[in-house]
Write a protein that binds this ligand. Structure first.
Ligand code: PGA
Length: 258
């Protein structure tokens, strides 16, 4: 494959431990022939599935959907970096739209979580995205810039940062898939912000696209110059469907070996 390209899925609160293990085993078997996917394919299940999934996965990278910033403390119901580290998780998803808009997570929370994730050597997958109202008010660039700058305040190793652009209005059953031209424009703006924060190597931070990615739009999105990966929800939750989507991108998208 010519272009380094990431494929990942967040399983949200859909699969139990045994369902996740079965899913990951099937996905590994289906994708076994795509050797260059190693390191570039990740799955983010529920906390309760992390340990068993880690034990059964050989090639797929494992992420957590959230993490508290403190190593330990009086935080009932929270999960700490040390707990995730012990399991062998290597990606921490931060600021998914549902965390921000359903669970009330703020930029300040995400800043602390990003700092903790980096401090503990995880890859921080920072999710950003504007609401429909913000888009209609012409505030997209300002909102995304604020979300990025508030989360990435430290002098962080850029190889430990991934960004996922997921417009809130494009996610889930009710989501309206974004137009590729819009995604390309916004990813360009995100990359400019990353370059301003990290002048030396901001351009090496992968920016993934997510939000109603499916079998029809995966190739147009993957072909965009500023899209470095796809972060898929519903279309990835059956292993066969995710495998087919990956194959479609690899066989049809520009920059990929056939
Ligand atoms: P979706 O989910 O692909 O089902 O829209 C994307 C996400 O929430 O990450």
């Amino acid at each position: 494959m010519g272009k380094k390209f990431l494929f990942g899925t967040n399983l949200k609160m859909y699969k139990t431990n045994s369902q996740t293990v079965a899913y990951v085993q099937q996905l590994e078997a289906l994708t076994a022939d795509m050797k260059d996917l190693d390191g570039n394919l990740f799955v983010i299940p529920s906390y309760t599935a992390l340990s068993d999934t880690k034990a059964c996965s050989k090639r797929i990278r494992l992420g957590a959907q959230n993490m508290h910033w403190a190593d330990c403390g009086k935080f009932t119901g929270e999960i700490s970096p040390l707990m995730l580290k012990e399991i062998g998780v290597d990606i921490i998803e931060l600021g998914h739209s549902e965390r921000r808009h359903v669970m009330g997570e703020t930029d300040a929370d995400i800043e602390k979580k990003a700092a903790a994730a980096i401090r503990h050597g995880f890859t921080a997958l920072l999710c950003i995205g504007e609401t429909k109202e913000e888009k209609d008010a012409g505030q997209t660039a300002a909102v995304l810039s604020r979300q990025i700058r508030s989360a990435l305040k430290g002098d962080y190793p850029t190889e430990k940062i991934w960004v996922a652009y997921e417009p809130v209005w494009a996610i889930g059953e009710e989501g309206i898939p974004a137009e590729p031209a819009y995604v390309e424009q916004v990813h360009g703006q995100i990359k400019e912000v990353l370059q301003e924060i990290y002048p030396e190597c901001g351009d090496t931070i992968p920016v993934l696209y997510g939000g109603s990615v499916n079998h029809e739009n995966c190739v147009p999105f993957a072909n965009l110059k500023h899209v470095d990966g796809l972060f898929v929800g519903r279309s990835a939750w059956e292993a066969e469907s995710f495998d087919q989507l990956i194959r479609k991108v690899r066989s049809a998208a520009l920059g990929f070996e056939r």
